[in-house]
Structure formats: C-alpha cells, structure tokens
Design a protein around this ligand. Structure first.
Ligand SMILES: Cc1cc2nc3c(=O)[nH]c(=O)nc-3n(C[C@H](O)[C@H](O)[C@H](O)COP(=O)(O)O)c2cc1C
Length: 188
C-alpha cells in the first residue's frame, strides 16, 4: 500500500502539532493510503556533524533514532513535517533532523526525490510563515513535490487542543492531506 510518513516535531504528547497531523493523516487514509505519524516525544535528535560518513555508510553515524525515520521515509511515497513555532522558527530538533535526512539522501541515490509532501507550522500567534519557509528549503532542495492547499499550512493554538477551534486552519490541513494523497495516487 502507498504510504505517507508524518513527522511531528513537538515534545508534547498529543500537543497541537500532533492533533493537526492526526487530522491530516485521517484525510490521507480516507483516500486509501496508509499514514503513520512519528513523534519526537522522548527523542533527542542531534545536529549534523558534517563528517560525511553517510557517504560510505548510507545512513547516519549518529544512532539517536534518525536512521529508523530514514528507513520509514524510504518506504513511503509521501513525507509531511509538522513543527510548533518557537520564536518565529521551527523547533531546533526538526531542522537538525531534516538536515541529516537531506545529507543521507544526497549520498544515497537521492531517495527523497519525487516524494510528495511539505511542511506544516503550528503556533499561538505568529511566525508560521517564516517557519514554513524554513522547512520548505529542505523539500525544494531535495527534488520533492510540494502541493498547495487553500491557504498556507498553518494552524493556530496555544494550549493542547486549541487547534481544534481553528476551523479554517484545520480545513486547510485536510485539503493539503487530500492533495498529497491525490497527487501520490496520480504519479506513483
Ligand atoms: C520556546 C517556545 C517558543 C515559542 N514561540 C512562539 C512564537 O514565536 N510564536 C507563537 O505564536 N507561539 C510560540 N510558542 C507557542 C507554541 O508555538 C504553541 O503553544 C504551539 O501550539 C505548541 O505546539 P505543540 O502543542 O504541538 O507543542 C512558543 C512556545 C515555546 C515553548
């Protein structure tokens, strides 16, 4: 079955970002694809060492769980990343993860090429667009395909669960999930 992997960068179990990704995953499953969310809860993702060991190992030399994520990305046709906004940027861990995943792909037949997906940003008040742009750099560099939606992939919420009140934001996420699934069904 075709699959979409969704990476949740929040350290809060069942926080806002997780709930947004659940909504996205449900839409993708309704379109007949498998969807799996991987959470950063309990993970401690380190930054790229620029050691270039991935060129010979075809995986990252740091064993902090990133290689399991990479294996699951390789097995998926889609890859979506959700991050809470921290001071107008993505949470540090997720940029560390994306930088390492990108480096391993670069030295491993560009396995990210033509995977369909994109970034989602969740915040109380502001910084969504800069966070989306920050994560988008990863998708566009790595020859990935990023569909649009009815607006930008941003949802508002502070305390866990508040994103459920952002009806427009959640609708945008459902539309994005639908577009990702539909595109995968057409091109894969
Ligand atoms: C260190 C830190 C920085 C934050 N910076 C911002 C910010 O720049 N803009 C904003 O609107 N919310 C900011 N927030 C609030 C979170 O983005 C918001 O609570 C979000 O819903 C958390 O998502 P989560 O429940 O998935 O972890 C910040 C929270 C933390 C912990």
């Amino acid at each position: 079955m075709k699959k979409v992997l969704l990476l949740c960068a929040s350290p809060r179990p069942k926080g806002n970002t997780y709930q947004v990704l659940e909504e996205c995953a449900n839409t993708i499953e309704n379109e007949g694809l498998e969807a799996e969310i991987i959470s950063f809860v309990g993970k401690n993702i380190k930054s790229c060492l620029h050691c270039k060991k991935c060129e010979e190992l075809n995986e990252c030399i740091i064993n902090d769980g990133i290689n399991d994520i990479i294996t699951k990305i390789k097995q998926s046709e889609g890859f979506i990343v959700g991050s809470p906004v921290y001071f107008g940027t993505a949470r540090g861990d997720i940029m560390s993860a994306l930088q390492r995943i990108g480096m391993v792909s670069f030295f491993n037949q560009n396995f990210l090429s033509w995977k369909v997906g994109g970034p989602i940003a969740v915040a109380r008040r502001g910084g969504h667009t800069s966070t989306i742009q920050e994560m988008l750099m990863f998708f566009l560099y790595n020859d990935m395909i990023v569909p649009g939606s009815n607006s930008w992939n941003m949802v508002f919420g502070w305390a866990p669960g508040e994103v459920q009140d952002d009806k427009e934001g959640m609708e945008v996420i459902r539309k994005f999930g639908f577009n990702v699934a539909t595109l995968i069904n057409k091109i894969k």
